[in-house]
Design a protein around this ligand. Structure first.
Ligand code: NDP
Ligand code: GDR
Length: 366
């Protein structure tokens, strides 16, 4: 009986499993009964803390989770992992995903986040798995870039504003092209920003919630930020991975915007986080950048947390406003964009960061 059950199990491969979304998606798929294979890169030190709890023998279904070495820029490794695991669903979450870093690493970003998609699609064809496999591509609201219209939906024109977005544009079209050319079941999820306590520490929300926790516990004095007037449509990563799965369960492949339909400034997010941590804020900045942003600088006052504007965090080209229209995902996939409010998300992140600053081994609980 056990082997019959195992034979019926669906099998998925997640690239980028060590990242924020990868860990939530692995949990979701294990919970749904899948065998889950994840791709990890070689690193000189331990690089999968977000998966530690899943790999612990006490985690329900941990025996169905397997990690393999491979890399999106190594075509041979992709063929090997596909041949060895024979998944029915592939979720391509692997990427150099930081927008500002992509200006410093443009070619690597193009290779990993752009050509990597083509490598994966070609590896699927090379292993002869294209008829039996469904592919999810982690596309992004960064494709919209310079604002042409809001809210942004599946028909809004793209205008990428960074090497990262340019690379993701290539991946987006590779998916569409292989769908049309080879009839591969492949979907683009155009996901707007999504965050969680597992968010990488140099993305703005996590940088802010970690700073709030560290300042509260007197481990840090000041928070330095760039453009606090940028507006983002922020949701919870746990809610967004559900939508990735839903896309691959439909009769026909398609592309979907995944967003909350609400937008908020970075400045407001900082206020929410510091309020949750019980810290009053005072904004400071260099002359020029402060004036430009309408932030009033003043001398130090006791009892206030200083948030400083540092030009080093400004990008050569900025995406000023993202606001998605998730109507199609709601209508076709039955996905609920309002599962977690921004306030709930922010509170969860601040509370988790305070707990982790108090006890670093607490990471596993979040
Ligand atoms: P993370 O940065 O947290 O994770 C990225 C993952 O990609 C990590 O596992 C990383 O491995 C892996 N990776 C990097 N380079 C390669 C490579 N050459 N080969 C294989 N794997 C690689 O990103 P998120 O989880 O936040 O995002 C997941 C995906 O969704 C990304 O593609 C991102 O661009 C996209 N996206 C994210 C959004 C968001 O708001 N979070 C919104 C829209 C799209 P390692 O741990 O070793 O670095
Ligand atoms: P983003 O996320 O670029 O939207 O890409 P990020 O959190 O890095 O920036 C959001 C906005 O905040 C402004 N900002 C700062 N950003 C960072 N990282 N650090 C700062 O100190 C800072 N100060 C202000 C930025 O200028 C920007 O306007 C994320 C990534 O997850 C991508 O992979 C994904 O595709 C998009 O979201 C959708």
């Amino acid at each position: 009986m056990a082997s019959e059950g195992a034979a019926r199990r669906k099998c998925a491969l997640i690239t980028g499993v060590t990242g924020q979304d990868g860990s939530y998606l692995a949990e979701l798929l294990l919970d749904k009964g899948y065998i889950v294979h994840g791709m990890k890169r070689r690193a000189s030190s331990y690089n999968h803390p977000r998966l530690e709890h899943i790999m612990d023998k006490s985690y329900p279904n941990s025996e169905r989770f397997h990690l393999h070495y491979a890399d999106l820029i190594d075509f041979g490794s992709l063929c090997t992992i596909l041949r060895d695991t024979q998944p029915q669903e592939v979720y391509n979450l692997g990427a150099q995903s930081h927008v500002q870093v992509s200006f410093q690493l443009p070619q690597y970003t193009a290779d990993a986040s752009g050509v990597g998609v083509m490598n994966l699609l070609e590896a699927i064809r090379a292993t002869g798995l294209e008829a039996s496999m469904r592919v999810y591509q982690a596309s992004t609201s960064e494709l919209y870039g310079k604002v042409h219209a809001v809210p942004q939906d599946e028909e809004t024109p793209f205008h990428p504003r960074s090497p990262y977005a340019v690379a993701k544009l290539y991946g987006f079209w590779a998916i569409k092209n292989y769908r049309e050319a080879y009839n591969i079941y492949a979907c683009n999820g155009i996901l707007f920003n999504h965050e969680s306590p597992r968010r990488g520490e140099i993305f703005v929300t996590r940088k802010v919630t970690m700073a709030a926790a560290r300042i509260k516990l007197q481990k840090q004095e000041c928070l330095y930020l760039g453009n606090i007037d940028a507006k983002r449509d922020w949701g919870h990563a746990r809610d967004y991975v559900q939508c990735m799965w839903l896309m691959l369960q439909q009769e026909k492949p398609d592309d979907y915007v995944v967003a909350t339909g609400q937008t908020t400034t970075v400045r407001r997010f900082v206020e929410m986080a510091f309020e949750r941590a019980g810290l009053p804020i005072r904004w400071e900045g260099e002359a020029g950048s402060v004036a430009e942003m309408g932030v009033v600088a003043s001398g130090p006052r006791s009892g206030e947390t200083v948030v400083r504007i540092d030009p080093k965090y400004f990008r050569p080209a900025e995406v000023d406003l993202l606001l998605g229209d998730p109507a199609k995902a709601k209508r076709v996939l039955g996905w609920d964009p309002q599962q977690t409010s921004l306030e709930q998300l922010c509170n969860e992140m601040v509370d988790a960061d305070i707990a982790m600053q108090e006890d670093p081994t607490a990471y596993i609980r979040f």
